[in-house]
Design a protein around this ligand. Structure first.
Ligand SMILES: Cc1ncc(COP(=O)(O)OP(=O)(O)O)c(N)n1
Ligand SMILES: Cc1ncsc1CCOP(=O)(O)O
Ligand SMILES: [Mg+2]
Length: 217
């Protein structure tokens, strides 16, 4: 457990890119994801809501292989069984997804589990107690990817930093312009979909986010 938590502290920091089926055509799905890694993303989440199990497995395996090549961490969104099948190092669970305890039973002691806590410190405290390895808060800004997401105040990151020990991820409408503020408020990682994958030049877009972290050092 301490081993895993230490690993989470070193791996869950920096730019956290999240894939999007609408912005990333199947034909060059993995190529686009790799461009984000070349631009400096350290974490890559496979987020796909389709029911096509074969496509999902093929894409997830493709992402795992580019992540390994770039020394980045692959996170599988929602689908704990897919993560186990392909040997992914991390999963992300929402409040309506599998429980942390059930996911841990399926995945074993090594795999990192991240949890969505929306705008709630209470959910975050519960998730930490239940064995989560990182906590995600947001949306901090309106998100075209998830317009229904509740809005969180950046002060939440200050409180979470004071009261919790896990790495904190900020998500929702994050841009290179507003990302620095979220980092100063306490985020360890910035999770981004459209700011990276809707860009004409994905690598350059990722690099603009990645610079926020080097200027923090
Ligand atoms: C890093 C990160 N944070 C939050 C979410 C949202 O998860 P969830 O609430 O389960 O919603 P969906 O993404 O599954 O629609 C996330 N995926 N990643
Ligand atoms: C999955 C998710 N959860 C809260 S906001 C969001 C989407 C973030 O996407 P974008 O970076 O395009 O706002
Ligand atoms: Mg989910």
């Amino acid at each position: 457990m301490h081993d895993r938590r230490d690993r989470a502290r070193s791996l869950i920091r920096g730019l956290y890119a999240i894939t999007d089926a609408e912005l990333m055509p199947e034909l060059d799905f993995v190529t686009r994801a790799e461009a984000a890694l070349r631009g400096g993303a350290r974490i890559l989440q496979y987020r796909d809501k389709s029911a096509d199990i074969e496509k999902r497995q093929r894409q997830a395996i493709g992402l795992l292989s580019v992540c390994i090549r770039h020394g980045a961490t692959l996170v599988i969104n929602d689908d704990v069984l897919l993560a186990r099948r392909i040997g992914a190092p991390a999963v992300h669970l929402g409040q309506g997804d599998m429980s942390i305890q059930d996911a841990r039973a399926v995945l074993g002691p090594e795999v990192l589990i991240g949890v969505s806590c929306h705008n709630s410190l209470e959910l975050a405290i519960k998730a930490q107690l239940a064995g989560a390895d990182y906590l995600a808060f947001g949306a901090f800004h309106a998100s075209s990817t998830k317009p229904e997401a509740v809005i969180a105040a950046p002060e939440l990151l200050h409180s979470a930093r004071r009261q919790l020990s896990l790495p904190l991820v900020a998500i929702g409408g994050v841009t290179p312009e507003n990302g620095g503020f979220l980092l100063r408020a306490g985020a360890d990682a910035l999770a981004v979909v459209s700011g990276i994958f809707a860009a004409e030049d994905i690598e350059a877009a990722a690099r603009r986010f990645a610079r926020l972290f080097s200027s923090q050092a």
